[in-house]
Ligand binder design. Structure first.
Ligand code: ZN
Length: 482
């Protein structure tokens, strides 16, 4: 449920239709009878749109605004002046009249909309400042801004409007929206609160920005971009060897802010650009102590595996395992001796394989056998699964779970396959498959591993072994520390 102290629900509609009264307008009836505290109505502010799109007179459009605001006045009313900036350039006086009419009728907020997303920030700032002046006779009316990201300016335009006197910003978490998106509220909050020192949200909740952003991505069914400013997993991740060496001495040398303010964290990422410092830093953050020789050894191994097709930038757990396995007292919790997989389709209508016959494919069989040494004892387990990798995962877990009960809370969250072109993989004529697997525990901790091979099954199995071994090392039955 929405927290009443910080949140108001707004219902969205439009001014009354031309030529009828508000009482006759069904949409307005629905708005006024809704439970929403705030009603937002879109109004035309561009003279040409009024004439060509709504096909009414400029005067009737002003009446529509005035009547609608008065009609809804029992609630808080926001008037979204659609195409405001285009309208302002086309007929400045009329665009102003639309806002003044809304203010005079009792609107609480007039919102300047850059509906087509094509206005530049300095124009937004200048125009907002002029509007602020023009609305001085109505000091209680606030100015809002509503931008779209068609020219990649939505966040910049929102900030520009705030500088010009706007005190309300409309946008969307993570910038979701049609075309190229709406203004990204996550970046707007980060910039306004951290950089410009405005108070948008209570400072105690600012540190939840990263988790709220990823929560919204999840319920929207979107993968959060790792490079999303402020909150993405790469936003404070450094891979250049020189950068990491500098950050180890002075964190602010390559970070524009303290990432923990928005609930993010600094990472050093291991890649082809890394030096030994990246490995030492990564080991330190994982609570491991290694010397420079081991770091050099891990780095050489990483570079070799990258040539084979691995990419470690998003697969920190595989790097951790390369380091952990070289630890002086480390005893591997298990050793895979061999595995095999049968993936077949025992469909009876194989002749229909190339048709759309839905009966074909009902007899998928995926079986895996794994021979593994655990604590000095060899054992063989077999399992079925919904695919070959799933069957392997089950067979391996069957062998391990009795010894390592913490595995029961670990799940495969995401599985990505990428085929690398021969040139990228540098493997002559063979193409390589890179598999990335994301694991999660019951508390939502996540870690990612990578494997690469010309066989998709082998690549998957390598990533699987890394991920499960990482889970055994970092998790107890109570939970994981990753
Ligand atoms: Zn819009």
């Amino acid at each position: 449920m929405a927290n009443k102290t910080n949140t108001k629900l707004a219902a969205f509609g439009a001014t009354r239709r031309k030529g009828i009264t508000c009482d006759e307008d069904k949409n307005l009836q629905s708005l006024i009878s809704s439970d929403a505290d705030v009603i937002t109505v879109v109004a035309k502010a561009w003279d040409e749109q009024v004439i060509k799109v709504i096909e009414t007179s400029l005067e009737e459009n002003l009446n529509m605004i005035s009547d609608t605001v008065k009609y809804l006045k029992s609630k808080e009313v926001m008037v979204d002046a659609e195409h405001f900036f285009d309208g302002y350039l086309s007929n400045r006086e009329y665009a102003m009249d639309c806002l003044k009419t809304a203010a005079k009728a009792g609107a609480d907020v007039v919102v300047l909309c850059d509906t087509n997303g094509g206005t530049m920030p300095w124009i937004v700032e200048e125009v907002t400042r002029e509007i602020h002046k023009a609305l001085e006779p109505w000091p209680s009316v606030r100015i809002g801004i509503h931008t779209h990201n068609d020219t990649d300016m939505a966040v910049a335009n929102s900030l520009a409007a705030v500088r010009g006197g706007a005190t309300l910003v409309q946008g969307c978490m993570n910038g979701y929206g049609e075309r190229t998106g709406n203004a990204n509220l996550v970046s707007i909050i980060g910039n306004l609160q951290v950089k410009l020192k405005y108070r948008c949200i209570p400072s105690s909740t600012l540190s939840k920005l990263a988790s709220v952003s990823s929560f919204v991505a999840e319920i929207a069914g979107q993968l959060q971009s790792p490079s999303q400013p402020f909150v993405g997993s790469n936003a404070f991740a450094h891979k250049g060897g020189i950068h990491v060496a500098a950050i180890r001495k002075m964190p602010e040398s390559y970070n524009h802010m303290d990432p923990t303010l928005v609930g993010n964290k600094m990472l050093s990422v291991v890649s082809e650009l890394s030096g030994r410092g990246n490995i030492l830093d990564k080991a330190e953050r994982a609570g491991l102590t290694i010397d420079k020789n081991i770091a050099g050894n891990v780095l050489a191994r990483i570079k070799k595996m990258e040539l084979e097709g691995c990419a470690f930038e998003g697969a920190g757990a595989s790097v951790d395992m390369l380091i952990i396995r070289r630890g002086q007292h480390y005893k591997r919790p298990f050793q895979v001796l061999e595995f095999s997989v049968i993936s077949s389709n025992r469909g009876t209508q194989a002749q229909d394989m190339n048709t759309d016959n839905e009966d074909y494919g009902n007899c998928q069989v995926n079986q895996a056998i794994v021979k593994v040494n655990v604590n000095g004892v060899d054992q063989i387990t077999a399992s079925e699964g919904i695919g070959p990798v799933d069957a392997l995962s089950h067979a391996l877990r069957n062998a391990l779970e009795a010894h390592y009960p913490q595995l029961s809370q670990i799940e495969l969250e995401d599985y990505k396959v990428r085929l690398l072109e021969p040139a990228t993989a540098r493997k002559g004529t063979l193409s390589t498959t890179r598999v990335t697997i994301e694991f999660t525990d019951s508390k939502g901790n996540k870690w990612t591993t990578v494997g690469a091979h010309s066989s998709i099954v082998e690549a998957s199995f390598r990533a699987l072994v890394d991920g499960l071994e990482f889970g055994i090392v970092n998790c107890s039955e109570e939970g994981c520390s990753t």
